[in-house]
Write a protein that binds this ligand. Structure first.
Ligand code: BES
Ligand code: MN
Ligand code: ZN
Length: 493
């Protein structure tokens, strides 16, 4: 796929064009009027009048082969009144429009964007990334049939909105989203903890700003990461914790932001085994790690002036003779002991040791990203990632970045009343509560390992993938995290 930006006066309309998409706001469908040959212009004007096309929200008008031109198809589409433009209306619009665009099967799409949209930095990002996201397809395992084409798109904007190359940075964000979605959609027999380590090495090869290292299962054990290590005991695929260092500033300049992703490449529940129904979706239990890898790639492509450490905490949760069991008491790297109530509450066991380990980097902020609880889905559905934090300043920055990108985040409280849910009669805590609010309880658990630094936890069980048809990873919240890091880099400078 290739995407480029061009000033509107570069659009030559007497050439062969498969698909010309003209997005316009209400009563502003005249951007091309001076560019068409006269006969073409007359016919288009007639069609527009006959169809009553005004640029109303979600209005679509298709015109095939206008005279005196070599244009196969013109697709006028309305965004509605410019005063009513918002993230939701933009996304709705793209969802409605894309089937027509895909069915045109054009190799090169010429797409004219309205000034009112392009002038709004936030909305144009949401609009363009939604288009690129709709064009995403995953066919790694298909050997038959015609693969969908990946069109080239040239976006045309008014010359005065062309100045900086704003599309390039969106394409970099898109590349991170794609990496994240591709990894997430990979089958669980084809995506193990080693996959993250391999991908991290690829990134390190590709970008001098990234270096990669790994802690292998034996290392986890000898270091004393007893909770993380226990979760992987039942799997034939050894656990690996992959660390990526992105250096966008000189070594000593600023303490890093650390991102820790849950990378459970398959979650059977372990001995506390899950029901068979829908278990295949537990391939997505590594979306947190995939998000971290995607963010690292986008960061390097964007060359953001900030230091970030990304951790993919890879492990597989299987039942086996060697598997850990309910009743086991684990000693975490922090020294705190944990009574296992459910081997299906495995994500927090992996994360707690990873979170303790990264304390050595003296982080500015730590954010973990995890498909941690079904309760996050029950609470917020697929609309928002669920946030808890021990620092309100950090929480506010994440919420703001979520609003800016429409990659939404919603905060839950970590009030002291909630902590008793994980009291244990045997150990310092247990790994799950009973009849307690699941997403908050998981947050309380992690909070006991993150007191040394400013920390936020994003439960993405609802936002990272959607139910229904397969291959449904969304890459969320890559966009929000990149925005957060961009905002932070801007204040650092
Ligand atoms: N990976 C699951 C959470 C999950 C569920 C993610 C559905 C995506 C979709 C997690 O490991 C889990 O099993 N959580 C349990 C915790 C419980 C045992 C305390 C849950 O949410 O039921
Ligand atoms: Mn589980
Ligand atoms: Zn899990």
């Amino acid at each position: 796929m290739a995407f480029q930006l061009a000033p509107l006066n570069d659009l030559i309309l007497n050439q062969e064009i498969d698909l010309l998409v003209v997005s316009c706001t209400l009563n502003h469908f005249d951007a091309l009027d001076d560019l068409y040959p006269a006969a073409t212009q007359d016919m288009l004007q007639m069609c527009i009048t006959d169809a009553g096309f005004t640029g109303k929200h979600q209005q679509i008008l298709t015109i095939r082969r206008p005279p005196d031109s070599q244009i196969k198809q013109v697709l006028y589409n309305g965004l509605g009144a410019s005063s009513e433009l918002n993230p939701y209306s933009c996304k709705q619009h793209i969802t409605k429009l894309m089937p027509d665009i895909k069915s045109a099967k054009a190799a090169h799409i010429h797409w004219v964007l309205p000034d009112e949209l392009v002038e709004n930095v936030r909305l144009r990002q949401i609009f363009v990334l939604e288009i690129l996201s709709e064009l995403y397809h995953f066919d790694r395992y298909k050997t038959k049939g015609v693969k969908p084409n990946s069109p080239t798109i040239t976006f045309y904007v008014a010359p005065h909105l062309y100045a900086d190359n704003w599309l390039d940075s969106l394409v970099h964000i898109q590349s991170g989203l794609k990496l994240s979605r591709d990894l997430s959609n990979q089958a669980p027999n084809d995506c193990t903890p080693a996959t993250f380590w391999e991908k991290a090495q690829d990134l390190a090869q590709q970008y001098p700003s990234i270096s990669a290292e790994a802690l292998f299962a034996d290392d986890l054990n000898t270091l004393g990461m007893g909770a993380y290590y226990a979760v992987g005991q039942g799997s034939a695929a050894p656990s690996i914790m992959t660390l990526m260092h992105y250096q966008g500033l000189p070594q000593t300049a600023s303490p890093p932001v650390v991102l820790v992703g849950k990378g459970v490449t398959f979650d059977t529940g372990g001995i506390s085994i899950k029901g068979a129904d829908g278990m295949e979706n537990m391939r997505y239990d590594m979306c947190g790690a995939a998000v971290v890898l995607g963010v690292m790639q986008a960061l390097a492509a964007l060359e953001l002036p900030i230091n970030v450490i990304g951790v993919a905490a890879g492990v597989e949760n299987m039942p086996d003779g060697k598997a850990y069991r309910p009743g086991d008491i684990l000693t975490s790297l922090s020294g705190q002991t944990i009574e296992v109530m459910s081997t299906d509450a495995e994500g927090r066991l992996v994360l707690c040791d990873a979170l303790t380990y990264i304390g050595r980097y003296n982080p500015a902020y730590v954010i973990d990203i995890a498909t941690l609880t079904g309760a996050a889905i029950t609470s917020l559905g697929s609309v928002a990632s669920l946030l808890v934090a021990n620092d309100q300043g950090l929480a506010n920055q994440l919420i703001a970045a979520g609003t800016e990108t429409d990659d939404k985040v919603w905060q839950m409280p970590l009030w002291p009343e909630y902590y008793s849910a994980i009291d244990s009669p045997f150990a310092d805590m247990q790994n799950s509560g009973q009849n307690s609010p699941g997403a908050i309880t998981a947050g309380c658990f992690l909070a006991k390992f993150t007191e040394q630094y400013r920390w936020a936890h994003l439960d993405i069980a609802g936002s990272a993938f959607t139910y229904g048809k397969g291959n449904s990873a969304t890459g969320r919240p890559v966009q929000m995290l990149i925005q957060f890091l961009q905002n932070l880099a801007a204040t650092n400078q």
